[in-house]
Structures are given as structure tokens and as C-alpha cells.
Design a protein around this ligand. Sequence first.
Ligand SMILES: [Zn+2]
Length: 263
Amino acid sequence: MAPLRKAVTILSIAAFFSEHIKAVPIDGPYEPIPPTTLDLSYQFPEFSDIDAPTCTTVDSAMNLENGLIDKRYRWKEFNVQPDPAYNQREYKLINDALFNLKKALPCIKFGIFPPNKKVKGDYVYVIKGKKNGCNSYVGRVGGKQTMNLQSPGCMTVGTIMHEMIHALGFYHEQSRPDRDNYVNILWKNIQPGMESNFNKYSTNKVTTFDVPYNYKSIMHYEGYAFSKNRQPTIVAKNGDKVGSVGKLQDTDILKLKRMYNCP
Ligand SMILES: [Zn+2]
């Protein structure tokens, strides 16, 4: 190929690519739309509590002196992109969970990027999978961060909100610094290797935002989480039943609002 012709070819290839890239704009994020059903805690009959894996978290602040009191883990805009493997019904459940959180936390923008589309900024990429469990990083990591919501098993509005609240910056209710005033952890009943899921975090790292402990918090484990012997692993000191009922409690909303300085 003659040098001039070669140069023209290279230029036109470059022009094609730059035009092509420009032709694929970032799509979204779109605001979650109002759910079509009024009962947001609905479960689907094919899922039972027994099938639902217990939530584990990934500690994004593990190696830092300060944890989630630190504002750098917070979001200005909370955007998610679901895996294209989710079907329409599952996509809608993710939408509904985000819509609920948006109502609880009106000063933060919530958005969904359509699957398979180009995205920008900090966002949570939600992976479907069959055996990857329900888990999330705690707080904003920066750029793309993953969350696992296996199906079946994790696809209820309550469980999705629970994982999203981890990503917004909260650990489990039973990890609060003051939890020993409210619950006993029965270490002898916990599956070996799973003890770290019952860690308590110090006041250097997390704060209760002066919100009372709530056994029904959407962030509270159920009483038999990670049991090795069908005996309870967490019991309330006052005899109450412990564990999320799949709904945001007033205390959950208050903690979110205080973390994000939301009136
Ligand atoms: Zn969790």
C-alpha cells in the first residue's frame, strides 16, 4: 500500500471509531418508577426462608483506620445496573426496592442503568448467579462495585433493600457497637468459619446515629442465621423474636436520613 493511501486508511478507520464511540451515548441512569403493587413486602411462593441464603458482607473499609463514619464511603447519587441475566420480573423487584429507598431517603438521587448499556460514575453492578448468595460491599467503593443477588434466593424487595442499605453504608444491626446490651450471640451454635459474620464493630468505625436498637430492623439477622445445629445463634435479651421482617422500620429510615443528612 502506498504511504499516502495507508495514511488515509488509518485516518478513516480512526474517524469510524471515534464516530462509532460517539454514537453510543451513556444510557441512563433512569429514576426508579413507582411499583404497580401496593404491598412492597411481597414474597414469591417459590422462595422460602430455608432457600434464602444468609447475607454476608464484604468489608470495603477493612484496612482503614476509620470506617463508615467516614464520609468518603457515602454516595451523592446511588446508581445500580442489573445484570442482563435478570428477567423482567426480577428487574422490576430491583426497581421497587430502589423506589422504596428513594422514598425513605429523598435527598439522594437513585437511578438504574439499563442492562448492557454504557454507564458512568460510581455504581453498583448487581450479579444474578445461582449460588453466589446475597452480599454487598459496605459503603461506596468508587467506580464499579459488585453486589450478588442470586435467583432464586435473594429476589424479594426486602432482601434487595437490605443489600442496597449495605452498599449505602450500613453493617448489620447485630454488628452495632452496643449490641451486647440487646442480644446474646451463641457462638457454640455458629457454623465453623462463619463467626466473622457476627463481628461487632467499634465506635471508631460505625455509629448508631443515636437511633435505638431494633430487633426487626431490615438489617437484622434472623435468630438461626449460620446455625450448625438448628439451635439459635442470636437471642434477644428481652425474649423478643429477632430478625428482619423484610420491611424498612422507622429506625432504619431514621439511620439512613441521619447518615445522609436528609431532613
Ligand atoms: Zn446483610
